[in-house]
Design a protein around this ligand. Structure first.
Ligand code: F6R
Length: 248
């Protein structure tokens, strides 16, 4: 596993953006898996900067988001659809028909999960999956459990996840209890994974995920099994690692 540790989040974001730019240069129609949350915001800002500077075009890139809250209309400020518009897609030249985000506001969520799974199947294999991790070890919204689901599915969010995400909502009660998420099969099938974690509140779970046992109770630990994963951490997130240290 390729673990890189950075003094500052800005350096990490620049490194990650340069890596993505190179991947798009090699394969202009790159199929990217996209994460939301606080972690990738700086990276997306950097990608937007590089696009505006003329160094990067997304005109042939396609994007597949990991997850979405259930019950929030797409226009809601805290839907992941709005997040993607706000932080990335409104500012770059990606084609709307190449953007795929599960819809959390349809009547039949199981049908929506099937639709999204078929879409991922048609895509065959994502080239590059961007990933963050929850403080409880979730990736996408695959929450810790005694078993994990391979395909896209509906999930009940844990209290820890709802608490962590309540910072983005006016009131804690406003955080949806359910979400739709890509499953572990499709995440693990991606050719490459670009994993990012920032801040000291991620230090414990980073140590558990990358140096602990592989367990469904820490979904992020399954990433130890991926053949081509790059793990980018700031020094706070890396602070509890004991042997996986290679400062940049
Ligand atoms: C969001 C996602 C989640 C987040 C995780 C960390 O699309 O897939 O797994 O990566 O909840 O969120 P932040 O970055 O807000 O700490």
């Amino acid at each position: 596993m390729n673990v890189k540790i950075f003094e500052k989040a800005e350096q990490l974001n620049q490194y990650a953006a340069t890596f993505i730019t190179q991947q798009i240069k090699i394969k202009p129609n790159l199929k990217m898996g996209m994460a939301t949350g606080r972690t990738p915001i700086g990276l997306y800002e950097e990608l937007v900067r590089q696009h505006i500077a003329g160094a990067l075009s997304f005109s042939q890139v396609s994007m597949y988001n990991l997850d979405e809250y259930i019950g929030l209309p797409r226009q809601h400020d805290q839907s992941f659809y709005s997040f993607m518009k706000r932080h990335l897609i409104n500012h770059i030249d990606v084609k709307r028909h190449n953007l795929h985000i599960p819809n959390g506001s349809v009547a039949n969520m199981n049908e929506e999960a099937d639709r999204y799974d078929k879409l991922l199947l048609q895509a065959e294999q994502l080239d590059l999956q961007i990933l963050g991790i929850g403080t409880n070890g979730h990736i996408g919204f695959n929450e810790p459990d005694q078993k994990l689901i391979g395909g896209t599915h509906v999930v009940e969010l844990t209290n820890e996840t709802k608490w962590a995400n309540s910072k983005d909502f006016e009131k804690a009660e406003d955080v949806p209890s359910y979400a739709i998420t890509m499953g572990l099969r499709d995440i693990m099938r991606s050719k490459k994974i670009l994993f990012i974690a920032l801040g000291k509140e991620k230090a414990e779970i980073i140590q558990e995920a990358f140096e602990g046992n592989i367990s469904t109770w820490c979904p992020g630990s399954l990433l130890q099994l991926h053949p081509d994963i790059m793990v980018l951490l700031d020094k706070e997130a890396a602070s509890l690692l004991t042997y996986n240290k290679s400062p940049c």
